[in-house]
Design a protein around this ligand. Structure first.
Ligand SMILES: Cc1cc2nc3c(=O)[nH]c(=O)nc-3n(C[C@H](O)[C@H](O)[C@H](O)COP(=O)(O)OP(=O)(O)OC[C@H]3O[C@@H](n4cnc5c(N)ncnc54)[C@H](O)[C@@H]3O)c2cc1C
Length: 77
């Protein structure tokens, strides 16, 4: 596919929103028309020493996203 037929999307921030958006764009882009560039300013992942509560609806979305990520990884994407 020619480069000009594709859409390039820049996502700034690889937090839960940026990562979820990247996964969602990949999952619904069966024709591979979207190129995603994900930018993160933090030099490394680190713990902040806080617990996290996840609401049931959020947990459902995270579980579905995880399934999509595993499918993409298994397809070598
Ligand atoms: C101590 C603490 C406890 C929390 N506990 C909970 C909880 O229990 N339950 C809950 O649901 N929520 C909790 N939250 C809130 C939750 O963390 C946020 O709602 C959620 O992380 C927001 O996700 P986000 O992707 O929008 O932003 P973030 O997670 O903040 O991600 C944004 C990312 O963008 C990067 N970034 C910023 N500017 C740039 C730039 N110019 N270029 C490149 N990268 C950039 C940052 O480094 C960061 O990694 C908590 C927050 C804190 C601070």
């Amino acid at each position: 596919m020619a480069q000009q037929e594709r859409i390039r999307v820049a996502i700034v921030g690889a937090g839960i929103v940026g990562l979820t958006l990247a996964v969602a764009l990949n999952a619904f882009d069966s024709e591979r028309k979207i190129i995603v560039d994900l930018y993160e300013s933090a030099p490394e992942l680190s713990e902040i020493g806080a617990g996290i509560n996840i609401w049931p609806r959020t947990w459902e979305i995270l579980k579905r996203s995880t399934v999509v990520v595993l499918q993409l990884v298994s397809q070598g994407l």
